[in-house]
Ligand binder design. Structure first.
Ligand code: PLP
Length: 428
């Protein structure tokens, strides 16, 4: 296996370093995964914030297996499938009235990309053809394809691939602890200022991840998203929520939009929709946006894009089974009920460990701030040694996103191992 490792390009990872200490996983069960050497880890980050039902969920596995037998793919350019219609209907029923269509893809970046294309085409077909710019935030991760990367707010991730797509602008994200009300929040004013300075008739959309994950679980300050909705409405700009991590129960609600009581024009989801059992992602369109794509053949207003595996029936079957699991087992309520428990355990850890600079959590998504990137990397390394998988944040922190099926005892085990890792890294 070690020899094969050097030929695999692990995402965002320096291969020489990885080769010296590779993580080669081979199976999972419940909240645990095993590597090829037989070492077991608690998966404190649900793969990559995706395996929300844990590993070995027989109901989802059965649904995927049945669908593979029945129909693995429906020609996406000339047909759809019964499963795709069924999942679209089921997903729309999770949303409030006013959302009339869903464009399904397979990966998150494809759907972020799709949302930008839909936003640009919508304006062309709804009387504002000059609107093409997209505003996002520094510190945001929106995906790896060229458009999604253009909206991403990290210079280091972008530099090797420049020049990127023209028309992408960034503003500052809210700082942790920044709790100004909407009107006093300089971040909202930044969006307003940039839109006015750019000329609103050139701006197509604003895209935000309601709780910024990669930057270290940055929660929107009170009134932030409502204020942003107002700014977008004032200037005729579409609001896009990237809920690829936030959605499907991670924050103790079906969607961040529901939790923060603000709905976008386009809502992008991925990852948790199938709990990692098959690829699926999508863009939910408000009625107003969807309407602009509906016409007669000679109107030429159809969406001129798509992907081979977009809305593949296997992904749709996995999504249907995942939603059923979330509903039948009350998993989203379970996350909401245990949210204070996880937050309390992390606060206790922070109080005991001087190296910890702060903790933030919502639902089953948390970040523990440390003094430096090096300290965070050391804690993540130590945690792995002790049998817990975590992910670093880009702002000197370690993130947790346990499977949503984790019990209070599972969360305790995760926080206990993390605390031992923090203490041990501080001693080294
Ligand atoms: C907020 C957010 N947006 C977009 C993406 C891109 O999704 P994918 O990796 O499935 O292309 C990710 C992936 O981690 C993400 O976290």
């Amino acid at each position: 296996v070690a020899e094969g490792v050097s030929r695999v390009m692990v995402d965002f990872t320096q291969m020489r370093a990885f080769e010296r200490d590779p993580l080669v996983l081979s199976r999972g069960e419940g909240i645990r995964v095993w590597d090829v050497e037989g070492k077991v880890y608690v998966d404190g980050v649900s793969g990559v914030m995706t395996m929300n039902l844990g590993y070995g969920n027989q109901a989802v596995i059965q649904a995927v297996t049945d669908q593979l037998q029945r129909l693995p793919l429906a020609a996406p350019t000339s047909a759809t499938s019964d499963r795709m219609i069924e999942v679209t209907d089921r997903l729309l029923r999770l949303l409030p009235p006013g959302f009339g269509a869903i464009k399904l893809h397979s990966g998150g970046s494809e759907s972020v990309e799709g949302a930008f294309k839909i936003a640009r085409q919508f304006h062309r077909q709804a009387g504002s053809p000059g609107r093409y710019k997209v505003i996002s935030r520094y510190g945001a991760y929106h995906g790896a394809t060229m458009g999604a990367l253009s909206a991403t707010g990290y210079a280091a991730y972008k530099a090797p691939y420049e020049p990127l797509v023209p028309g992408f602008l960034h503003v500052a994200p809210p700082e942790p602890g920044h709790d100004h009300l909407a009107r006093g929040c300089s971040c909202i004013e930044d969006f307003d200022r940039v839109i006015r300075a750019e000329d609103p008739s050139t701006v197509a959309a604003v895209v935000v991840e309601p709780v910024m994950t990669m930057a270290g679980v940055l929660l929107p300050p009170a009134g932030y998203l409502v204020g942003l909705r107002e700014v977008c409405d004032r200037h005729g700009v579409l609001l896009i929520f990237d809920e690829i991590i936030n959605g499907f129960g991670r924050l103790g609600a079906w969607f961040a939009a529901e939790r923060f009581n603000t709905w976008p024009d386009l809502l992008v989801f991925g990852k948790g929709v199938t709990a990692g059992y098959a690829p699926l992602s999508g863009v939910v369109l408000s009625d107003r946006v969807a309407e602009a794509f509906s016409g007669a053949a000679e109107d030429h207003v159809q969406y001129l894009s798509g992907h081979t595996y977009g809305g593949n029936p296997v992904g749709c079957a996995a999504a249907l089974a995942t939603i059923t699991q979330l509903e039948d087992h009350g998993i989203i309520d379970h996350v909401r009920e245990l949210e204070p428990h996880l937050q309390g355990r992390l606060e206790a850890l922070a109080a005991r460990q001087p190296a910890v600079r702060g903790v933030r959590s919502i639902g089953f998504l948390a970040c523990v701030d440390l003094p430096s990137q090096a300290a965070a990397a050391a804690v993540a390394r130590e945690a792995r040694e002790l049998g817990l998988l975590t992910l670093p944040s880009t702002r000197a922190g370690v993130r947790l996103a346990p499977p949503l099926v984790s019990s209070a005892a599972d969360l305790d085990e995760i926080v206990d191992i993390l605390e031992r890792a923090v203490a041990s890294a501080a001693r080294d």
